[in-house]
Structures are given as C-alpha cells and as structure tokens.
Design a protein around this ligand. Structure first.
Ligand SMILES: [Zn+2]
Length: 392
C-alpha cells in the first residue's frame, strides 16, 4: 500500500507531504517518490496527519462491554470500539475481583484470542488489583471494596497457571505486607508490576521500586503525595516516583483526571518517553450512556456520567474515564497545547517502550509495523491501518 499526501508525525517532528510505502505489513519507505505504483493499493491522505496507532496500557472496556463481563463477545466489542478511535494495541484490564471472576476473565480472553480476527490487537492482559489498600481506605477510589486483599502468592500462582503467559502486567499497593515479595516474584517471571491504589509513604514506595515495581498506574490518581499525619509530614508515591529514574508512569488523558500542569510537570521530570497516556476507559467509552456498571454486570459498581467522566453516584470519586485515545489526543493538542509529535510519544511510543515492543511499534519509522491512524486537522480519526491493512 502507498499512503500519500500525509503529514507524518514522528517523535522528532512532522514530515510534511510524506508518502509512505508499506510492504508485508511493515513501513518500507517514508519518501516514496511515486504516489501510485503497479501492484500497490493507494490511499490519498489529503493532507491529514499520519500518527502511529495508539497503544492503550490500561482500559477496562468500551462500546457497552467491560472485559470483566468475561465473555469473548465483550472482548470483541471493546477492542473493536477502541480500534475505531485509533487504538491498534491495548491490554484488557481487570478490576479488583474475586479469584473466580478473575479466572473467568482469563478464560474469556483465551477464547477471544482463539476465535477473533482482532486477537492480535490485544496481546495480553493487565490485572489492576486485587492487592490494594483495603475496604474503607481513602485511596481505593472506584475499586470494589469487598474484594481487596493482601498479596497472596498461592493465588498469584493459580492465576498465572490459568493465564499461560497472557498476564503481562499486574498492579498492587507497595505498602501492603507481601507486596515487595509479589513484585520480585513477578519480575523474576518477566511480568511487569506497577504501583496503584496506594497510600504508601515515599519510603515504602521506594522499597517497592527496589523490589521490582517499575511503573505507576494512573499517576496522581489514587497515589499518595506530600501530607501531614498527626504531627509528622510524609512524602508519598508521587515524590518517590519523581526521584527514581527507573520508574515510568501512566496518566489518564481524558482532560478530567489530570490538569495540564501536572502532565507538563511529569514530562519535564520523567521525559516524555517515560510518560504513557491511557484511557482507563470503562464500558461507557464510545457510547452515550448516562449510567452504567463499572466492572462486572453482576456485582460491579454503579457509576454515573457527568461532565465527560464516570463518577461514583455520590460524586465522592471519579470512577474511571469514558475516554478513547483520539479524545486524549484532542485534549493534549487542542486543550493543553502539546505538540502533535510529543502527544504521539505519550500515546504510542512511551507505552510501546514500557511493554518492550518499541522495536516494532509505537512510532512511524522504516522497518516498524504499519499500525497507523490518519487524523484530520481537528484531530478526528479518518482511517485506521493495522499491519498495512485498512481496518477503519
Ligand atoms: Zn483502571
């Protein structure tokens, strides 16, 4: 395929009037002299931006489906919904849940992988919990409280056995008894662990990083920072993360969870390539529902939609976003004034680096997979290309 007349968004800047040649699903040239060649399908970009496909590290659902519905159809619906918004790779995320519900989520994923034409878009799973600060604790956010528990390596082993290598990342609160052992245990098995839903002090968090936690889940949200307890002041997860160059972060890019200054500060301290933007989308993403269940339909948490974000009904906490990655792009570029090339690092290259796939994904370069989005001047999706084929 030849994609001509595009403004290719590279990490270093924009390549104007670019003509991209794709061969066998891979970018073969960025300066193709001919807009049409025998044997090649042509796509005229009409001056649109060409972004690398977005990579969403943290997403619970979309199009009315939540991965915790634990059916292959729910996986299919959510993945297809996000694909239409430019996401060419995502990591289905489980909420904190009982072992039984997590097992059902894993089983549904296996069937989806076997049967779906979209299977390659979801190469593995992300477990958000259930080893978080417990019931009644303020940092549990929208995580269902009854199922939060301490890290349990026997349970971890049982879920890993069911997953057959499908679990690629797993989050826990580093201050819990057993959390450092959890992080080093998973690290030894090549599974990434992230700090999340935590009230840790900076010291507890730093101990976690030394044990193997290497990332912070929805940084600034349900993560502790400078505060006073009794007569003593403590630093928290935010400060410990800024002080440790080994640690990357992810931020919810819906424009509601994170103000502009906090994104700029994170990029300034960590460097854009260590800052991934995520949707943390619930099933509401890609729909116009005003109420929904977060997590499983059977025993999930009720949420409402107001001001473009999901909230607990008592409005005490945000409850995940309703964003898609193209909305995050609009927030970054139009509202926060971030350059498209930098936004692209946050939406594609940083998550590719975190997952260890940046040699093939996450930016537009010769030799990388042709996972691409054609995006209009006002940052709306025009086409999505996956592995050199027009998917949307
Ligand atoms: Zn989440």
């Amino acid at each position: 395929m030849i994609v001509s007349g595009v403004r290719a968004v590279l990490p270093t800047g924009i390549l104007e009037d670019c003509c991209v040649r794709i061969e066998n699903g891979v970018i073969a040239a960025l300066d193709c002299p001919d807009r049409e060649m025998a044997g090649y399908e042509s796509l005229d970009g009409g001056g649109a931006y060409l972004f690398p496909g977005f990579i969403d590290l943290h997403v619970h659902g979309g199009g009315g489906a939540d991965f915790m519905d634990a059916t292959p159809a729910a996986f299919e619906t959510a993945v297809r919904t996000h694909l239409a918004h430019g996401t060419t790779r995502l990591y289905p995320t489980a909420m904190s849940a009982t072992e039984e519900d997590l097992a059902a989520f894993i089983a549904a994923y296996h069937t989806f992988k076997k049967e779906s034409p979209l299977a390659a878009l979801a190469p593995g799973l992300h477990l958000e919990g259930p080893y978080f600060q417990g019931a009644g604790q303020k940092s549990s956010g929208a995580q269902p409280k009854g199922v939060l528990r301490l890290p349990d390596l026997a349970e971890v082993d049982r879920l890993l056995a069911l997953a057959h290598g499908a679990i690629l990342r797993w989050d826990a609160a580093p201050e819990l008894a057993g959390a450092p052992a959890f992080a080093s245990y998973l690290k030894a098995r090549g599974i990434r662990t992230a700090v999340a839903h935590t009230d840790a002090t900076a010291e507890e968090c730093a101990r976690g990083f030394d044990s193997g936690f290497s990332h912070v889940t929805h940084f600034y949200n349900a993560t502790s920072m400078h505060r006073k307890r009794e007569q003593t002041v403590y630093a928290g997860v935010v400060e410990a993360t800024y002080l440790d160059d080994r640690v990357s972060i992810e931020l919810i890019g819906d424009g509601c969870h994170i103000p502009r200054e906090d994104i700029l500060l994170a990029m300034k301290i960590k460097g854009a390539e260590a800052v991934s933007v995520i949707t943390d989308a619930t099933r509401i993403a890609g729909t116009d529902c005003k109420t929904a269940k977060l997590g499983s339909l059977k025993n999930g948490t009720d949420v409402i939609v107001e001001d473009g974000v999901a909230k607990l009904p008592d409005r005490s906490s945000f409850a995940g976003s309703i964003a898609t990655m193209d909305r995050c792009l609009r927030v970054l570029c139009e509202r926060y004034g971030i350059m498209p090339s930098t936004a692209s690092v946050l939406l594609s290259l940083a998550p590719a680096r975190y997952m260890g796939i940046a040699d093939r994904k996450g930016s537009i370069a010769v030799g990388k997979d042709a996972d691409l989005c054609l995006v209009t001047e006002d940052y709306k999706i025009k086409n999505v290309i996956v592995g050199g084929e027009i998917a949307v």
